[in-house]
Design a protein around this ligand. Structure first.
Ligand SMILES: [Fe+2]
Ligand SMILES: [Fe+2]
Length: 179
């Protein structure tokens, strides 16, 4: 194990958590923008699920912030990447799939940072959240494949489906992952 002071190790965990939080804040803004776009295009079911996934990302952003506070750090409040607007429906799901894939990869690297710096609590937090990102990834992958394989026939089936989440605020995972 590399020799680092306790303070230095703690700071590395806070940095990883803040980098993860920034990714969550970006995903929230991106998915919210898509939710409104899908709603406008009248793809209700897709709009609903993207909204629920944005709610999952909000929960993640808060979980990271709470852990940062426990470690006496200061959670970041913004993100640097730009939000992509006006995406076509096929672009959206390919984009989201790539975003979740990048997230899973990054969080696995942060997991190693936690291990290397001896923080099992934060490690468990990343493990839990990685599993949820994997479910988002699977969902986006399914939709992207449906659109790729069936195209307009699939989209015609989705058109006009309800966008309402029925007042649920539990998010996509809390509702059983799009079941
Ligand atoms: Fe997330
Ligand atoms: Fe996600």
């Amino acid at each position: 194990m590399i020799e680092r002071s306790k303070e230095e190790r703690r700071q590395r965990i806070i940095d990883a958590l803040n980098e993860a939080r920034e990714m969550e804040l970006r995903a929230i803004s991106q998915y919210m923008n898509q939710h409104y776009g899908l709603d406008d295009m009248d793809y209700g079911e897709l709009a609903k699920n993207v909204k629920l996934i944005a709610i999952d990302e909000m929960r993640h952003a808060e979980m990271f912030a709470e852990r940062i506070k426990e470690l006496d750090g200061e959670p970041v409040a913004g993100f640097r990447e730009r939000v992509h607007r006006g995406q076509k429906v096929d672009q959206m799901f390919a984009f989201d799939l790539a975003l979740e894939d990048e997230t899973v990869d990054k969080y696995n690297q942060f997991l190693l940072v936690c291990r290397e710096n001896g923080d099992s609590t934060t490690m468990k937090l990343f493990e839990t959240i990685i599993d949820e990102e994997q479910e988002h990834l699977n969902y986006f992958d399914d939709i992207r494949n449906h659109i790729k394989d069936l195209g307009d026939a699939y989209l015609a089936r989705i058109a006009g489906t309800p966008a309402s989440t029925g007042g649920y605020s539990k998010g996509f995972i809390g509702l059983g992952g799009g079941e």
